[in-house]
Design a protein. Structure first.
Length: 396
């Protein structure tokens, strides 16, 4: 039997790798889970009522392109949030969770070559692992651009050599960033759009954490692209209810793009997509239309930001996130810190190296960090952060 080689050198996925590191050691206390970014705040209680009211829809195949009501809800939300007007027929497409779109966008939109050479897909390092898989799946070369403290924890794509940019067909960018919580401001987006226009590549903007922030709402790529008068096909933006509304299991995401890109993604999705069941589409449309529960969710995360600042404020190198719900904490060695913390306290965190690849010089930019998710109930978060401070840093 012959099997493809394209995926033969993939590193172990982060969470099985974490289980292999920790699970044959006993926890040193009651377990506190601070690894996976699975929201645990309450979702709106009326969601289940809406699903029940629409259960007859389970008797029908759902439309792959989404109901008109759901697509209009996407457009209405973008108009409220970013003051950008979209056409529900030509600019938006529902996704069964944003990961589906972040993977399949490469299949639909990345060309087989550029300037007669193997195409390049740029991505931040550390990064959401699906970006790498998407590039490999279409035969492109994934180029990892370190997002470190020196670069404001966002990748500096403008620093890349001309020969790399000449082969670039797309770049992924996550803002607010997972795991660092950094936010791309208007100037960052403007520079990236100008670079993409100059070298003719697309921007795949993962904005799934856009509604969890401390103070001002993060600027969105769509509004900057509008202000810049960019090619309508230049930007592809992804959003989701998972973090915004604490509904990761509902699997309601959507993608915004220019008409040509949307048509290509829709055509591919007709063959490969898994449409959201009609009762879930009805519920999702209502959730996208409601902001009260989002305000409450954001307030709870602000309390956790304040808690982290209070508990970890004296830790050398600590910087509270601008947005999102992760802490990116400096340590000497992320794996050693995660294992030691688990054995001594029962607190479970993720080594930063599991979210990164070695750079051109062989250095993994996540090696000296741990990622800590602030999704657990506040008492657990407080206990976990206190244990992290006391055990890893010895700082009061």
């Amino acid at each position: 039997m012959n099997f493809p080689e394209r995926f033969s050198n993939l590193p172990a996925y982060a969470f099985p790798r974490l289980r292999a590191l920790l699970d044959h050691h006993a926890p040193g206390g009651d377990v506190v889970h601070m690894t996976i970014g699975e929201p645990k705040h309450a979702f709106p209680a009326w969601v289940t009522d809406l699903i029940s009211e629409n259960t007859a829809g389970f008797n029908s195949y759902p439309p792959n392109e989404g109901t008109p009501e759901l697509r209009q809800a996407f457009c209405d939300w973008v108009a409220r949030r970013y003051d950008v007007t979209l056409d529900p027929e030509t600019n938006v497409l529902p996704l069964n969770g944003s990961r589906e779109g972040l993977y399949n966008v490469a299949m639909a939109l990345c060309p087989e070559s550029k300037n007669g050479q193997r195409p390049v897909v740029l991505m931040p390092n550390p990064f959401y692992q699906v970006y790498m898989l998407a590039a490999i799946s279409v035969g492109a070369e994934p180029v990892f651009v370190s997002a470190t403290e020196a670069s404001g924890h966002l990748p500096d794509y403008t620093s890349l050599p001309a020969e790399v940019l000449a082969r670039t067909v797309a770049c992924y960018i996550c803002s607010p960033a997972n795991p660092q919580g950094a936010v791309a401001d208007h100037a960052y987006w403007s520079d990236l759009i100008a670079l993409a226009e100059q070298h003719d590549f697309q921007i795949f903007a993962d904005e799934c954490y856009s509604e969890i922030y401390r103070d001002a709402p993060p600027v969105g790529v769509l509004q900057v692209a509008r202000d810049a008068g960019a090619d309508p096909e230049r930007v592809v933006a992804f959003h989701s209810l998972s973090k915004r509304s604490n509904l990761p299991g509902l699997r309601s995401g959507f993608v915004v793009a220019g008409p040509q890109s949307t048509a290509r993604m829709r055509q591919l999705r007709m063959y490969t997509g898994a449409p959201l069941p009609l009762p879930l589409q009805a519920a999702a449309a209502a959730v996208w239309a409601d902001e009260a529960h989002v305000d409450d969710n954001r307030a709870q995360y602000r309390e956790k930001y304040d808690m982290a600042d209070r508990i970890l404020g004296n830790v050398p190198g600590y910087k509270g996130p601008e947005a999102g719900f992760f802490l990116w904490l400096p340590v000497e060695d992320g794996e050693a810190a995660a294992l030691s913390l688990w054995q001594a306290t029962g607190v479970r965190v993720l080594p930063g190296a599991y979210l990164s690849q070695n750079d051109a010089s062989g250095v993994n930019p996540g090696k000296g960090y741990i990622r800590v998710a602030l999704v657990a109930p506040k008492p657990d978060v407080e206990r976990g952060l206190t244990a992290i401070r006391d055990h890893l840093y010895g700082t009061q």
